[in-house]
Design a protein. Structure first.
Length: 282
């Protein structure tokens, strides 16, 4: 390895990943968290919050295309979306491919939004009248909003980073999310569940199963995280596994711009990896 800076990240399971850093764009602390934006020869420019990588140039399109399009295509005619978190703005950017969709985006840390716009090549740079950015607490917003959304994205940080996540990944909050969705709405969030021995990433989030009739896991490899990543799609009506490749192709063809990762085959594959997860799939 060449001499220089190293970035070390430790997972909640005790394993560590060390990456070479050849340039630091920003390192400092906002009101809420430590922020590092740097460049690695292996994963490109990346964002780390409190020493945990949130996104990287090498695969940000993978995460955000899966997050956004699997959910949007599950809803027959989505018009209104809510993003909780997502400081890079890449979720909002991906949603803007849908010409008729308006977006409420709630992020607590306005400094992170500004830093990402300045340094991250994949951040949302342009202003768009369809995006309403609210700098504030996402949990408080959900409790107070009267708006009904077709899709809600829980694009938040991992629960072991902040104590308030206990509320985010709870049955009570899931019920509030459900109340804020339309009758065929979809909620997508990280695959975490709170067990007796702490946060668990390999099991089905039981709290979602108590609220939503359809709960599916999406699994895909993320080089920037050095792991198979799991998102959970919870639907009030439609099963994403039942959507035909023909419909997916037709919906993708109507988007603004060409996708790099998500396609009809990948949609089905997302729900096939580890499909024997206990308690998740019927």
């Amino acid at each position: 390895m060449r001499g220089g800076l190293l970035f070390s990240e430790t997972t909640p399971y005790g394993s560590s990943t060390v990456r070479e850093v050849d340039k630091v764009f920003h390192f400092g602390r906002t009101k809420f968290q430590n922020v590092l934006i740097a460049r690695s020869p292996t994963i490109g420019t990346f964002l780390a919050l409190d020493n945990v990588i949130q996104s990287s140039e090498i695969d940000c399109h993978v995460y955000h295309e899966v997050l956004v399009h699997s959910s949007m295509i599950t809803v027959r005619n989505p018009k209104k979306a809510l993003i909780l978190g997502g400081g890079e703005g890449t979720t909002a950017s991906e949603l803007l491919r849908y010409k008729d969709v308006s977006i409420d985006w709630v992020e607590i840390d306005g400094e992170v939004v500004d830093l990402c716009r300045k340094y991250l090549p994949y951040a949302l740079k342009r202003k768009d009248k369809r995006v309403n950015l609210v700098i504030g607490d996402a949990i408080d917003f959900v409790h107070k909003t009267k708006t009904k959304y077709d899709v809600i994205f829980g694009d938040l940080i991992d629960p072991y980073q902040v104590s308030i996540a206990t509320e985010v990944y709870s049955e009570e909050f899931a019920r509030q999310i459900s109340r804020s969705l339309t009758k065929d709405g979809v909620y997508v969030t990280l695959g975490w569940d709170l067990k007796k021995n702490g946060w668990d990433y390999s099991q089905m989030p039981v709290y979602l199963k108590k609220v939503f009739p359809v709960v599916r896991a999406m699994n895909f490899y993320m080089p920037g995280f050095s792991m198979v990543f799991t998102l959970i799609l919870a639907s009030k009506d439609r099963d994403p596994k039942a959507i035909s490749p023909t419909e997916i192709s037709k919906r993708i063809a109507g988007l603004d711009g060409r996708l790099k990762y998500y396609n009809p085959d990948e949609h089905l594959a997302l729900f096939s990896m580890y499909n024997k997860t206990p308690g998740l799939h019927p």
